[in-house]
Design a binder for this molecule. Structure first.
Ligand SMILES: [Zn+2]
Length: 261
């Protein structure tokens, strides 16, 4: 199975003055799928954030989501003397003398702004149906169950025919040669139908992994919020990998979102 992550490039240093236009999205591959429990927590989190927003004053929005692409350690956020927030690879910070990694020391504020803008644009596009989430699975699980039942009936009918032919052969109504020929023909039909049956079955399993309903709910919650919370971002995003060459890979918790981009 191949899912995608979206990659944003902010290589261009001029970006600080005019960020939005400098970021490009590049496709890449990845694989996580949201766990059911994560989604079940969404509503609760949205409610919780309304009450303890003030307590979370010092928690960064993308707290815990930033990963160093090069060494896969977490990326922390630190306040500089001038009050600006910078990112730094924890592996580099702890072992700077060993040269195990590089700083990844870019502006956290710029990153946060871009990620938020990117997600907002994506979600607005989905919400206004400019992007269709449901393209792949037009058939529902019930549709597939119906078709599968039909296929199974067809297979059983052919098997019944073979049984009847066998009796006819025993009674001398059908010659050995005729029986053999028809038997081979019907067995091929069964094989073909069983192949179709298995293909349909795996398509049916795909529909049960369809998370578009959950995504729509999360999108609505996100767009309702005046300012998203770290909890909300954790529901949406699995991780953000930061490259030393200033590229970003966003991996969403929802399979369909990763497939979209
Ligand atoms: Zn690193």
């Amino acid at each position: 199975m191949q899912n995608k992550r979206s990659r944003i490039s902010y290589k261009n240093r001029k970006l600080k003055s005019n960020p939005q236009e400098q970021w490009n999205i590049v496709e890449n591959t990845h694989e996580p799928i949201i766990e059911k429990q994560i989604f079940d927590k969404v509503q609760k989190m949205v409610i919780v954030q309304k009450y303890n927003r003030s307590e979370k004053k010092h928690k960064f929005l993308l707290d815990g989501l930033l990963i160093c692409y090069e060494c896969k350690h977490k990326i922390g956020v630190r306040t500089r003397k001038n009050g600006k927030l910078d990112m730094v690879c924890n592996n580099y910070r702890r072992n700077s003398k060993l040269g195990l990694c590089t700083s990844h020391g870019f502006s956290y504020e710029a990153l946060e702004k871009h990620i938020l803008q990117y997600i907002k644009n994506l979600f607005l596009a989905i919400d206004s149906k400019k992007i269709e989430l449901n393209i792949r699975n037009k058939r529902t699980k019930q549709d597939y169950e119906k078709i599968l039942k039909q296929k199974q009936t067809e297979i059983n009918l052919i098997k019944d025919n073979i049984d009847r032919m066998y009796v006819d052969k025993l009674n001398g109504k059908v010659s050995e040669e005729m029986y053999e020929r028809l038997f081979n023909k019907l067995m091929k039909e069964i094989q073909q139908k069983e192949k179709e049956y298995n293909e349909l079955k795996s398509k049916k399993e795909d529909t049960s992994q369809d998370d578009s309903k959950e995504i729509e709910k999360v999108i609505k919650e996100f767009l309702k919020l005046e300012k998203p919370t770290p909890e909300m971002m954790k529901v949406i995003i699995n991780k953000i990998e930061i490259h030393q060459d200033k590229q970003l890979d966003i991996v969403f918790n929802f399979k369909k979102l990763n497939n979209l981009i």
